[in-house]
Write a protein that binds this ligand. Structure first.
Ligand SMILES: CC(C)(COP(=O)(O)OP(=O)(O)OC[C@H]1O[C@@H](n2cnc3c(N)ncnc32)[C@H](O)[C@@H]1OP(=O)(O)O)[C@@H](O)C(=O)NCCC(=O)NCCS
Length: 161
């Protein structure tokens, strides 16, 4: 993958339809468009990022929240036909580097226990399973793994973790 072909930016209102479409294609409990719009209206807390690819306005998105010295990764998805090309990795490295620049020390997220693709991605970047929460998700009901990354500052290094 040639990372220079991709750009990661904070989303605007004009991205919301494409974000919602990717979300619906990626999750059984998608957010509404208005939920994404709300993230844009609280920039002190939330960041909604998009990744742009050649000829593709929105190839994927990520929502994170700054919570004191932690960054909470609330959702992440890459367009189905553009997966497995390193875009999820590129997005997370960017989001975590910027969080570290804002002072985050730790990062956390939750993931369905059956989501092997996401788990592999998070573990490759240094996240570790800290807990399991039963019946966390619905449609279908499923437990969550709660993951933490204890060294977000490592994403400031040129090569990252
Ligand atoms: C999870 C997701 C964001 C990964 O995005 P991606 O752009 O495909 O990820 P990458 O190409 O950067 O993959 C990085 C690594 O993750 C692992 N991985 C990614 N997809 C995988 C899959 N389908 N099966 C197994 N491992 C996978 C691999 O180790 C991969 O490295 P490799 O391709 O060199 O083997 C994407 O699959 C997605 O949008 N899924 C639906 C939404 C979702 O589950 N989001 C996470 C919610 S917590």
């Amino acid at each position: 993958m040639n990372a220079s072909e991709y750009a990661i930016e904070v989303a605007t209102e004009a991205d919301l339809d494409a974000i919602s479409e990717i979300d619906r294609a990626s999750f059984t409990n998608p957010w509404t468009r208005d939920m994404f719009a709300r993230e844009l209206r609280q920039p002190q807390l939330a960041r909604l990022y998009v990744i742009r690819a050649p000829g593709v306005r929105v190839a994927g998105f990520c929502v994170c929240w700054d919570v004191v010295r932690e960054v909470h990764l609330n959702t992440l998805a890459i367009r189905p036909d553009l997966r497995r090309r390193g875009l999820g990795t590129l997005m997370l490295r960017h989001v975590l580097r910027e969080a570290a620049e804002r002072g985050a020390r730790r990062a956390t997220l939750d993931v369905r226990v059956s989501n092997d693709a996401a788990l592999a991605l998070y573990r490759a970047l240094g996240f570790e399973i800290a807990a399991t929460r039963g019946n966390y998700y619905s449609n279908p009901a499923e437990p969550a793994y709660i993951l933490w990354h204890e060294h977000v500052e490592r994403f400031l290094e040129p090569q990252g973790p």
